[in-house]
Write a protein that binds this ligand. Structure first.
Ligand SMILES: Nc1ncnc2c1ncn2[C@@H]1O[C@H](COP(=O)(O)OP(=O)(O)O)[C@@H](O)[C@H]1O
Ligand SMILES: [Mg+2]
Length: 245
């Protein structure tokens, strides 16, 4: 479903991604885990065709993200790190706008809006202005716009960042309910989130993938002595030391 081959990204002289390769099958839920600045957002922007890689290749459902970017965008629902919410619009108007932007046929727009209002549990605020919503609701509206065209692939960049524990739980529950039949990639720097939502983890450190493993296997390989947190801290121990010095 998603094929990423030797992707490298430079910003000027700075190498943000180094030779990143992986494959994700249909229906997998994959967590990108890494510290701030590891390269998660950059990788997601390349996968969604919003940013060109310096070199390497990404194919989504048979389409190259550079050559067939329109086809790719149609297949993907994307929640960026800072969702483009038009704050003075009502939730309903915003979702209608999103449906139009994504070429949802006029006749289906109403049905799709009702579907995402229900799936994301935001029907009660449909007539409210986005500005007046709590961060938890706003994030769910962001997810609603991402799934308005029933995409096969859902890419969520730090979907729970900045949420309080209750909002966090609601968004995690929502993501779990959306994963059926879909391929989902989410990024986070919160370890427990990966354990709760994903089946597979890609740990990214300084632009490189240092672990690509199913969660079950990763934790089993530690002889049951470690949690994902132990693994993560061990993999970053050099970094931690250099920060301490
Ligand atoms: N547009 C850009 N120009 C220059 N540097 C960038 C740009 N975007 C990201 N970077 C740098 O690339 C690195 C990875 O950033 P990012 O992908 O946002 O990491 P993450 O999402 O894991 O926190 C960081 O060092 C960041 O400063
Ligand atoms: Mg980021």
């Amino acid at each position: 479903m998603i094929l990423t081959k030797n992707v490298t990204k430079y910003f000027g002289g700075f190498q943000a991604l180094k030779d990143v390769s992986f494959e994700i099958n249909k229906g997998e839920i994959v967590g990108f885990l890494g510290q701030n600045g590891a390269g998660k957002t950059t990788l997601m922007r390349i996968l969604t065709s919003y940013l060109p890689a310096t070199s390497g290749e990404v194919i989504i459902g048979g389409d190259d993200v550079v050559e067939n970017s329109l086809a790719v965008r149609r297949k993907i629902g994307y929640l960026p790190e800072t969702p483009p919410l038009y704050s003075n619009m009502s939730v309903k108007d915003y979702l209608k706008f999103a449906a139009q932007m994504k070429d949802v046929p006029g006749k289906q727009q109403h049905k799709q809006i009702d579907r995402v209002l229900e799936e994301c549990n935001i029907g009660d605020v449909k007539n409210k202005t986005i500005d007046n919503l709590s961060k938890g609701y706003r994030q769910r509206v962001g997810i609603a716009q991402a799934i308005i065209n029933e995409p096969e692939v859902l890419i969520l960049d730090e979907p729970t960042s900045g949420l309080d524990p209750v909002q966090n739980l609601q968004v995690r529950k929502l993501i779990k309910s959306l994963r059926h039949e879909r391929t989902v990639i989410l990024s986070t720097h919160i370890l427990s989130e990966i354990e709760q939502i994903a089946q597979r983890v890609l740990i990214i450190k300084s632009g490189q993938i240092i672990v690509d493993e199913s969660l079950d296997l990763l934790l089993k390989s530690q002889n049951g002595e470690s949690t994902l947190e132990d693994v993560f801290i061990r993999l970053h121990s050099n970094t931690a030391e250099s920060i301490d010095e």
